[in-house]
Write a protein of this length. Structure first.
Length: 100
């Protein structure tokens, strides 16, 4: 799950991003969410602030976070197809110059 920024915080919740060691579920090609731990795990707003969720998937996936001094880039790859499921970049705002 991923939220839009809430108080300048973007929430990314990846239950198993990077764990491709278990057998792959027998999915169809449609989106499937399987509740894990609680029946509400698939509900919108359960893992991110209510009303802020902008992306959610039940697909098994691998996440890659790249960071440098100015940006954070997140990519979530479908473990079966290798396609990008979600991606976003957060950039550091430019410093404000004050001339006296």
């Amino acid at each position: 799950s991923r939220s839009k920024p809430v108080n300048n915080i973007t929430y990314v919740v990846a239950g198993g991003a990077g764990c491709d060691e278990m057998p792959y579920p027998n999915y169809t090609d449609t989106e499937v969410c399987v509740p894990a731990g609680t029946a509400k795990a698939c509900d919108w707003g359960y893992k991110t602030p209510p009303g802020a969720e902008v992306y959610k998937t039940g697909r098994m996936a691998t996440g890659i976070l790249k960071a440098d001094r100015k940006t954070l880039n997140w990519q979530l790859y479908d473990s079966k197809t290798g396609g990008v499921l979600d991606e976003f970049t957060i950039s550091k705002p430019a410093a404000t110059s004050i001339v006296v």
